[in-house]
Design a binder for this molecule. Structure first.
Ligand SMILES: [Zn+2]
Length: 358
Protein backbone atom coordinates (compact mmCIF):
# COMPACT_ATOMS: atom_id res chain seq x y z
CA UNK A 1 0.00 0.00 0.00
CA UNK A 2 1.38 3.44 -0.92
CA UNK A 3 1.34 6.65 1.06
CA UNK A 4 -1.56 9.09 1.02
CA UNK A 5 0.96 11.85 0.16
CA UNK A 6 1.31 10.18 -3.22
CA UNK A 7 -2.40 10.37 -4.09
CA UNK A 8 -3.14 12.95 -6.74
CA UNK A 9 -5.62 15.61 -5.70
CA UNK A 10 -7.92 17.78 -7.76
CA UNK A 11 -9.41 21.16 -6.88
CA UNK A 12 -13.12 21.93 -7.16
CA UNK A 13 -12.42 24.33 -10.03
CA UNK A 14 -10.40 21.71 -11.90
CA UNK A 15 -13.17 19.15 -11.29
CA UNK A 16 -15.66 21.44 -13.04
CA UNK A 17 -13.42 21.44 -16.14
CA UNK A 18 -13.02 17.66 -16.21
CA UNK A 19 -14.89 15.64 -18.84
CA UNK A 20 -16.00 12.01 -18.84
CA UNK A 21 -15.07 10.91 -15.35
CA UNK A 22 -16.68 8.96 -12.54
CA UNK A 23 -17.38 10.95 -9.40
CA UNK A 24 -17.70 8.80 -6.29
CA UNK A 25 -18.87 9.80 -2.83
CA UNK A 26 -17.03 7.49 -0.41
CA UNK A 27 -18.70 8.78 2.78
CA UNK A 28 -20.88 6.57 4.96
CA UNK A 29 -24.56 6.35 4.08
CA UNK A 30 -25.70 8.44 7.08
CA UNK A 31 -23.55 11.28 5.79
CA UNK A 32 -25.45 11.33 2.50
CA UNK A 33 -28.36 12.79 4.47
CA UNK A 34 -26.74 16.21 4.03
CA UNK A 35 -26.80 15.75 0.28
CA UNK A 36 -24.03 15.01 -2.18
CA UNK A 37 -22.38 16.52 -5.25
CA UNK A 38 -24.77 16.25 -8.25
CA UNK A 39 -24.01 13.23 -10.42
CA UNK A 40 -21.93 11.46 -7.77
CA UNK A 41 -22.26 7.74 -7.19
CA UNK A 42 -22.88 7.27 -3.48
CA UNK A 43 -20.95 4.02 -3.10
CA UNK A 44 -19.36 4.50 0.35
CA UNK A 45 -15.91 3.08 1.12
CA UNK A 46 -16.79 -0.41 2.35
CA UNK A 47 -17.52 -2.06 -0.98
CA UNK A 48 -15.95 0.51 -3.30
CA UNK A 49 -13.62 -1.90 -5.08
CA UNK A 50 -16.37 -4.51 -5.56
CA UNK A 51 -18.83 -1.88 -6.76
CA UNK A 52 -16.38 -0.57 -9.39
CA UNK A 53 -15.54 -4.11 -10.48
CA UNK A 54 -19.25 -4.93 -10.84
CA UNK A 55 -19.63 -1.88 -13.05
CA UNK A 56 -16.73 -3.10 -15.20
CA UNK A 57 -14.99 0.27 -14.90
CA UNK A 58 -11.81 0.34 -17.01
CA UNK A 59 -8.56 0.64 -15.04
CA UNK A 60 -7.61 3.87 -16.87
CA UNK A 61 -11.03 5.53 -16.50
CA UNK A 62 -10.67 8.82 -14.58
CA UNK A 63 -12.26 8.51 -11.13
CA UNK A 64 -12.60 11.36 -8.63
CA UNK A 65 -13.25 10.30 -5.05
CA UNK A 66 -14.49 12.61 -2.33
CA UNK A 67 -15.36 12.33 1.34
CA UNK A 68 -16.31 15.00 3.89
CA UNK A 69 -12.99 16.83 4.06
CA UNK A 70 -10.61 15.12 1.64
CA UNK A 71 -8.74 12.69 3.90
CA UNK A 72 -10.73 9.43 3.77
CA UNK A 73 -10.97 9.76 -0.01
CA UNK A 74 -7.15 9.59 -0.15
CA UNK A 75 -7.17 6.29 1.74
CA UNK A 76 -9.93 5.03 -0.56
CA UNK A 77 -7.79 6.11 -3.54
CA UNK A 78 -4.85 4.07 -2.25
CA UNK A 79 -7.09 0.98 -2.25
CA UNK A 80 -7.97 1.54 -5.90
CA UNK A 81 -4.37 2.31 -6.92
CA UNK A 82 -3.38 -1.01 -5.34
CA UNK A 83 -5.88 -2.64 -7.73
CA UNK A 84 -4.09 -1.02 -10.69
CA UNK A 85 -6.51 1.85 -11.30
CA UNK A 86 -4.28 4.56 -12.78
CA UNK A 87 -6.40 7.73 -13.01
CA UNK A 88 -7.54 8.22 -9.43
CA UNK A 89 -7.96 11.64 -7.84
CA UNK A 90 -9.07 12.83 -4.42
CA UNK A 91 -11.15 16.01 -4.29
CA UNK A 92 -9.42 18.68 -2.21
CA UNK A 93 -11.51 19.76 0.77
CA UNK A 94 -14.19 17.16 -0.02
CA UNK A 95 -17.91 17.76 0.24
CA UNK A 96 -17.54 20.40 2.97
CA UNK A 97 -15.46 22.60 0.65
CA UNK A 98 -17.92 21.96 -2.20
CA UNK A 99 -20.85 23.07 -0.05
CA UNK A 100 -18.99 26.00 1.52
CA UNK A 101 -18.21 27.24 -1.99
CA UNK A 102 -21.94 27.66 -2.67
CA UNK A 103 -22.04 24.87 -5.26
CA UNK A 104 -25.28 23.00 -5.93
CA UNK A 105 -26.08 19.96 -3.80
CA UNK A 106 -28.19 16.96 -4.75
CA UNK A 107 -30.82 16.59 -2.07
CA UNK A 108 -31.30 13.47 0.04
CA UNK A 109 -34.69 12.73 -1.51
CA UNK A 110 -32.90 11.67 -4.66
CA UNK A 111 -30.50 9.39 -2.84
CA UNK A 112 -31.22 5.80 -1.94
CA UNK A 113 -31.42 4.73 1.71
CA UNK A 114 -29.48 1.66 2.84
CA UNK A 115 -32.72 -0.35 2.81
CA UNK A 116 -33.40 0.71 -0.77
CA UNK A 117 -29.83 -0.14 -1.73
CA UNK A 118 -30.30 -3.62 -0.29
CA UNK A 119 -33.66 -4.08 -2.00
CA UNK A 120 -32.43 -2.99 -5.43
CA UNK A 121 -28.87 -4.35 -5.13
CA UNK A 122 -29.20 -6.59 -8.21
CA UNK A 123 -30.33 -3.63 -10.32
CA UNK A 124 -27.59 -1.40 -8.93
CA UNK A 125 -24.98 -4.02 -9.80
CA UNK A 126 -26.12 -4.07 -13.43
CA UNK A 127 -23.96 -1.93 -15.70
CA UNK A 128 -27.02 -0.83 -17.70
CA UNK A 129 -29.00 0.27 -14.62
CA UNK A 130 -26.74 1.17 -11.69
CA UNK A 131 -27.65 3.60 -8.93
CA UNK A 132 -28.67 6.37 -11.31
CA UNK A 133 -30.81 4.01 -13.35
CA UNK A 134 -32.55 2.82 -10.20
CA UNK A 135 -33.20 6.44 -9.25
CA UNK A 136 -34.75 6.96 -12.69
CA UNK A 137 -37.02 3.95 -12.13
CA UNK A 138 -37.99 5.30 -8.72
CA UNK A 139 -38.91 8.67 -10.18
CA UNK A 140 -41.04 7.21 -12.98
CA UNK A 141 -44.83 7.18 -13.14
CA UNK A 142 -46.59 4.38 -15.02
CA UNK A 143 -50.26 3.87 -15.81
CA UNK A 144 -51.35 0.23 -16.14
CA UNK A 145 -54.81 -0.23 -17.59
CA UNK A 146 -56.25 -3.64 -16.74
CA UNK A 147 -55.52 -5.74 -13.64
CA UNK A 148 -56.21 -9.10 -15.33
CA UNK A 149 -53.79 -11.65 -16.80
CA UNK A 150 -51.38 -9.22 -18.51
CA UNK A 151 -51.73 -6.67 -15.71
CA UNK A 152 -50.94 -9.25 -13.00
CA UNK A 153 -47.38 -10.04 -14.03
CA UNK A 154 -46.76 -6.54 -15.36
CA UNK A 155 -47.83 -4.87 -12.10
CA UNK A 156 -46.02 -7.34 -9.85
CA UNK A 157 -42.68 -6.82 -11.57
CA UNK A 158 -42.99 -3.05 -11.99
CA UNK A 159 -43.72 -2.87 -8.26
CA UNK A 160 -40.79 -5.17 -7.44
CA UNK A 161 -38.54 -3.02 -9.66
CA UNK A 162 -39.41 0.05 -7.58
CA UNK A 163 -41.32 2.19 -10.10
CA UNK A 164 -42.07 5.32 -8.07
CA UNK A 165 -45.74 5.69 -8.87
CA UNK A 166 -48.12 3.21 -10.44
CA UNK A 167 -51.77 3.79 -11.25
CA UNK A 168 -54.05 0.80 -11.86
CA UNK A 169 -57.26 1.15 -13.84
CA UNK A 170 -59.88 -1.60 -13.70
CA UNK A 171 -63.60 -1.87 -13.09
CA UNK A 172 -64.06 -5.63 -12.63
CA UNK A 173 -64.36 -7.81 -9.56
CA UNK A 174 -62.26 -10.89 -8.84
CA UNK A 175 -63.93 -14.09 -10.04
CA UNK A 176 -62.81 -17.68 -9.37
CA UNK A 177 -62.26 -18.17 -13.12
CA UNK A 178 -59.68 -15.35 -13.05
CA UNK A 179 -57.29 -17.13 -10.70
CA UNK A 180 -56.04 -19.55 -13.39
CA UNK A 181 -53.92 -16.67 -14.77
CA UNK A 182 -54.50 -13.45 -12.81
CA UNK A 183 -51.92 -14.19 -10.14
CA UNK A 184 -52.06 -10.77 -8.52
CA UNK A 185 -55.41 -11.86 -6.99
CA UNK A 186 -56.08 -14.80 -4.67
CA UNK A 187 -58.91 -16.74 -3.06
CA UNK A 188 -59.29 -14.30 -0.17
CA UNK A 189 -60.11 -11.55 -2.67
CA UNK A 190 -62.99 -13.24 -4.52
CA UNK A 191 -65.86 -10.82 -5.25
CA UNK A 192 -63.68 -7.84 -4.28
CA UNK A 193 -62.73 -5.06 -6.68
CA UNK A 194 -59.70 -6.02 -8.78
CA UNK A 195 -58.07 -2.66 -8.10
CA UNK A 196 -58.42 -3.21 -4.32
CA UNK A 197 -57.11 -6.77 -4.58
CA UNK A 198 -54.14 -5.66 -6.72
CA UNK A 199 -53.35 -2.81 -4.33
CA UNK A 200 -53.36 -5.23 -1.39
CA UNK A 201 -50.91 -7.62 -3.11
CA UNK A 202 -48.60 -4.90 -4.40
CA UNK A 203 -48.39 -3.06 -1.06
CA UNK A 204 -47.33 -6.33 0.59
CA UNK A 205 -44.63 -6.72 -2.07
CA UNK A 206 -43.23 -3.18 -1.91
CA UNK A 207 -44.64 -0.71 0.60
CA UNK A 208 -42.24 2.01 -0.54
CA UNK A 209 -44.00 2.94 -3.77
CA UNK A 210 -47.06 5.05 -4.43
CA UNK A 211 -50.01 3.17 -5.92
CA UNK A 212 -53.17 4.86 -7.11
CA UNK A 213 -56.29 2.90 -7.98
CA UNK A 214 -58.80 4.12 -10.55
CA UNK A 215 -62.04 2.15 -10.49
CA UNK A 216 -63.51 2.95 -13.90
CA UNK A 217 -64.17 1.19 -17.19
CA UNK A 218 -61.99 2.94 -19.76
CA UNK A 219 -63.74 4.55 -22.72
CA UNK A 220 -63.07 7.28 -25.28
CA UNK A 221 -64.65 9.91 -23.02
CA UNK A 222 -62.76 9.30 -19.75
CA UNK A 223 -59.32 8.14 -20.91
CA UNK A 224 -57.62 11.42 -21.83
CA UNK A 225 -57.39 13.08 -18.39
CA UNK A 226 -56.43 9.77 -16.75
CA UNK A 227 -53.24 9.33 -18.74
CA UNK A 228 -52.05 12.93 -18.55
CA UNK A 229 -50.10 12.43 -15.30
CA UNK A 230 -48.03 9.42 -16.38
CA UNK A 231 -44.74 8.91 -18.24
CA UNK A 232 -45.67 5.58 -19.82
CA UNK A 233 -49.03 3.93 -20.57
CA UNK A 234 -49.35 0.14 -20.53
CA UNK A 235 -52.42 -1.39 -22.10
CA UNK A 236 -53.26 -4.67 -20.36
CA UNK A 237 -56.93 -4.68 -21.34
CA UNK A 238 -58.72 -7.56 -23.04
CA UNK A 239 -61.11 -5.85 -25.46
CA UNK A 240 -60.85 -3.88 -28.68
CA UNK A 241 -62.93 -0.89 -27.57
CA UNK A 242 -60.56 -0.13 -24.69
CA UNK A 243 -57.49 -0.88 -26.83
CA UNK A 244 -58.45 1.65 -29.52
CA UNK A 245 -59.50 4.25 -26.96
CA UNK A 246 -56.14 3.91 -25.17
CA UNK A 247 -54.16 3.97 -28.44
CA UNK A 248 -55.91 7.09 -29.71
CA UNK A 249 -55.54 8.92 -26.40
CA UNK A 250 -51.84 8.00 -26.07
CA UNK A 251 -51.21 9.20 -29.64
CA UNK A 252 -53.02 12.47 -28.90
CA UNK A 253 -51.11 13.02 -25.65
CA UNK A 254 -47.86 11.82 -27.25
CA UNK A 255 -47.24 9.31 -24.46
CA UNK A 256 -45.23 6.10 -24.87
CA UNK A 257 -47.67 3.17 -25.10
CA UNK A 258 -46.98 -0.54 -24.69
CA UNK A 259 -49.85 -2.79 -25.83
CA UNK A 260 -50.33 -6.54 -25.65
CA UNK A 261 -53.05 -9.05 -26.45
CA UNK A 262 -53.39 -12.80 -25.94
CA UNK A 263 -55.49 -15.66 -27.26
CA UNK A 264 -55.25 -19.38 -26.51
CA UNK A 265 -51.46 -20.12 -26.58
CA UNK A 266 -50.50 -17.01 -28.58
CA UNK A 267 -50.11 -13.30 -28.14
CA UNK A 268 -48.26 -10.18 -29.19
CA UNK A 269 -46.65 -7.08 -27.72
CA UNK A 270 -45.91 -3.77 -29.42
CA UNK A 271 -44.77 -0.34 -28.33
CA UNK A 272 -44.95 3.17 -29.66
CA UNK A 273 -42.44 5.52 -28.04
CA UNK A 274 -41.84 8.15 -30.72
CA UNK A 275 -44.31 10.53 -32.39
CA UNK A 276 -43.31 9.33 -35.88
CA UNK A 277 -43.66 5.62 -35.07
CA UNK A 278 -46.57 3.37 -36.09
CA UNK A 279 -49.45 3.12 -33.64
CA UNK A 280 -51.75 0.19 -32.90
CA UNK A 281 -54.25 1.44 -35.52
CA UNK A 282 -51.49 1.47 -38.17
CA UNK A 283 -51.25 -2.31 -37.71
CA UNK A 284 -54.88 -3.08 -36.93
CA UNK A 285 -56.90 -0.18 -38.45
CA UNK A 286 -60.27 -1.44 -37.23
CA UNK A 287 -61.47 -3.97 -34.72
CA UNK A 288 -62.42 -7.27 -36.36
CA UNK A 289 -66.06 -8.30 -36.15
CA UNK A 290 -66.81 -9.90 -32.80
CA UNK A 291 -67.45 -13.22 -34.57
CA UNK A 292 -63.78 -13.23 -35.66
CA UNK A 293 -62.40 -12.04 -32.34
CA UNK A 294 -63.70 -14.37 -29.67
CA UNK A 295 -62.74 -13.37 -26.16
CA UNK A 296 -60.67 -15.43 -23.71
CA UNK A 297 -63.88 -16.54 -22.04
CA UNK A 298 -65.19 -17.95 -25.33
CA UNK A 299 -62.03 -19.45 -26.77
CA UNK A 300 -59.89 -20.03 -23.72
CA UNK A 301 -56.36 -18.94 -22.91
CA UNK A 302 -53.47 -20.77 -21.30
CA UNK A 303 -52.69 -18.90 -18.08
CA UNK A 304 -48.99 -18.57 -18.83
CA UNK A 305 -49.25 -16.56 -22.07
CA UNK A 306 -50.55 -13.33 -20.44
CA UNK A 307 -48.02 -13.91 -17.64
CA UNK A 308 -45.10 -13.90 -20.09
CA UNK A 309 -46.36 -11.04 -22.25
CA UNK A 310 -47.27 -8.89 -19.23
CA UNK A 311 -43.67 -9.31 -18.10
CA UNK A 312 -42.52 -8.37 -21.59
CA UNK A 313 -44.55 -5.16 -21.25
CA UNK A 314 -42.96 -4.40 -17.85
CA UNK A 315 -39.49 -5.01 -19.31
CA UNK A 316 -40.17 -2.66 -22.23
CA UNK A 317 -41.35 0.01 -19.78
CA UNK A 318 -38.12 -0.22 -17.77
CA UNK A 319 -36.03 0.01 -20.96
CA UNK A 320 -37.94 3.13 -22.02
CA UNK A 321 -37.39 4.72 -18.58
CA UNK A 322 -33.69 3.85 -18.66
CA UNK A 323 -33.21 4.55 -22.38
CA UNK A 324 -31.34 1.27 -22.86
CA UNK A 325 -31.41 -1.58 -25.39
CA UNK A 326 -33.66 -2.00 -28.41
CA UNK A 327 -37.28 -1.23 -27.63
CA UNK A 328 -40.30 -2.60 -29.49
CA UNK A 329 -40.91 0.83 -31.01
CA UNK A 330 -42.05 0.18 -34.60
CA UNK A 331 -42.04 -3.57 -34.02
CA UNK A 332 -44.53 -6.31 -33.25
CA UNK A 333 -43.37 -9.25 -31.14
CA UNK A 334 -45.50 -12.35 -31.66
CA UNK A 335 -45.27 -15.43 -29.48
CA UNK A 336 -46.73 -18.92 -29.92
CA UNK A 337 -46.14 -20.96 -26.78
CA UNK A 338 -47.67 -24.17 -28.14
CA UNK A 339 -45.08 -24.43 -30.92
CA UNK A 340 -42.28 -22.41 -29.31
CA UNK A 341 -42.27 -19.90 -32.16
CA UNK A 342 -41.71 -16.19 -31.97
CA UNK A 343 -41.49 -13.46 -34.58
CA UNK A 344 -40.24 -9.88 -34.43
CA UNK A 345 -41.93 -7.99 -37.25
CA UNK A 346 -41.19 -4.46 -38.46
CA UNK A 347 -44.34 -2.37 -38.57
CA UNK A 348 -45.12 0.53 -40.92
CA UNK A 349 -46.93 3.76 -40.36
CA UNK A 350 -50.08 4.21 -42.44
CA UNK A 351 -50.46 7.58 -44.05
CA UNK A 352 -54.24 7.46 -43.56
CA UNK A 353 -53.97 6.68 -39.85
CA UNK A 354 -55.04 9.17 -37.20
CA UNK A 355 -51.49 9.15 -35.77
CA UNK A 356 -50.11 10.61 -38.99
CA UNK A 357 -51.26 14.16 -38.38
CA UNK A 358 -50.45 14.29 -34.69
ZN1 LIG B 1 -51.27 4.97 -36.56
Amino acid sequence: MGDIQDVETITINALKELNSFLLVDVRESHEFANGTIPGALTLGRGFLEIELKNRQIELDHPIVLFCASGLRSKYAALGLIALNFVNIYSLEGGFEAWKAGGNSVEQPSTILSQTEKNRYARHISLKDIGLHGQLKIMKSKILVIGAGGLGSSCLLYLTAAGVGEIAIVDHDIVDLGNLQRQVIHNETMLQKKKVESALHTLKALNSGIKIKIIDVAINTKNIQPILEDYDIIIDCTDNFNARYAINDAAVKANKPLISAAVQQFTGHVMARTQPYSPCYRCIYPEAPPTTLSPSCSENGVVGIIPGILGLHQANEALKIILNIGDTLDGKLFKLDLLNNKYQLLETKRRTDCLCHNQ
